[in-house]
Design a protein around this ligand. Sequence first.
Ligand code: URP
Ligand code: ZN
Ligand code: ZN
Length: 473
Amino acid sequence: MAILIKHGTLITASETFKADILIEGEIIRQIGRDLTHPKADIINAEGKFILPGGVDAHVHLDLPMFDTVSSDDHYTGGKAAAFGGTTTVIDFIPQDEGTLEENIERWQAKADPKASVDFGFHMNITRFDKEVAKEIFTLPDLGITSLKVFTAYNGRLRLSDGEIFRVMRVARAAGILTMVHAENGDVIDILVDEALTAGNKDPIFHAKTRPAWGTVEASLRAAALAAQAGDAPLYLVHMNTAGEVNQLVYAREHGLKMMGEACPQYLFFTEDDLRREDGAKWVCSPPMRTERDNLRLWEGLENGTIQTMATDHCPFFYDGTTPIEYEGEKVAIPGKELGKEDFTKIPNGLPGVGDRMPILWTQGVGSSRLTPNQFVALHCTNPAKIFGLYPQKGTLVPGADADIAIWDPDKELRYGVDVARHRTDYNLYEGWQLKGIPVMVFLRGQKIVDGENWYGKPGMGRYLHCHEGEVLV
Ligand code: URP
Ligand code: ZN
Ligand code: ZN
């Protein structure tokens, strides 16, 4: 089966040019002018942009949290991703009981039958000992070349600084990238206790008890640990403060291989959003900060200090007692209402996987903050390179998977929960006016999105073996 996309304007991380694309089976066979093929289905993309399918390197699908679970699974999350132009997601495997391999097998058994776009895994390391150290060396053979450590969530996910140092040394030796969640867990615990004792239980106290200084300090601490671990490569997830951008610059000035990830929510919202009546919708960790932080993160994207744009997609219902209609069925999953009386019980996380590219196209490219090529680098090419999926994913070249998003740069729409396909009852960008959205999306040569129509199926997404990635500094 062949498809010929004609007359489009291709956008890669480095070039913009008019060309045709010939897809044969699952891959891009040829790119060039005036291509022909005797049997191909022809798609006329005159006036459209052709982008590689997006790679979202930070999602949490079907993740148990408190007494519930993130409301998108590997099917519904993949579907939402695809409508937003993303065809690859990288999900985090929690380290529960058993060996790392057992954890991976369990997570894969959950993801495989449901996944509707291609997916890879990062491994959380939240328990560390000699056995785990040995097991980390086996991860690359299982297709996992990145792991995440936490300096917060004491008593649940956090490792000590010494353990993080050890993990970084092992990871470096194994060709694995360490990702860090940077907050100060000790300070957070003290402030949370104090807030609850004082009866401060509204969502704003989620932000007030997780100060920006803790994030800045923990990001520098992680950089210092990576340096002492023999210059271990490091990737700072969900950057949310101006100070982290400064730490990235500082670390690189000192020769460290430290990379950073932005997420849309930290560019557009502030802790004031948590003061709203529906403030629980904005509860995620780390929390929203200030306009100054928003601006510095934008600068970091514009000047190349930050390498990737991901989402930390981890959606919950705002009101999980009231069902929504999803694919003809009523669905309700406990969500933010669990913390109606106490901010510490609000499941932390937000929807975003489908919003990322449409929102950033309008807000980034549409406002000339980002060039179209920077947009592709941040959303597609850089994450594919860093996580060892390039050039199979993240670019438009012969031999790559035919993951393609055809964008209509002139199409305008009013965005919101009805347009985004996340399985939840709200959207952070409700009512935002967008210009330029994906109108047709292919996953390995199969059309999965065409306008409003969805052709994807559970199980269609394939597990991706990540290879050792590139350090983009
Ligand atoms: O609030 C968030 N971000 N939930 C997901 C877990 C994490 O730390 O990334
Ligand atoms: Zn995190
Ligand atoms: Zn996360």
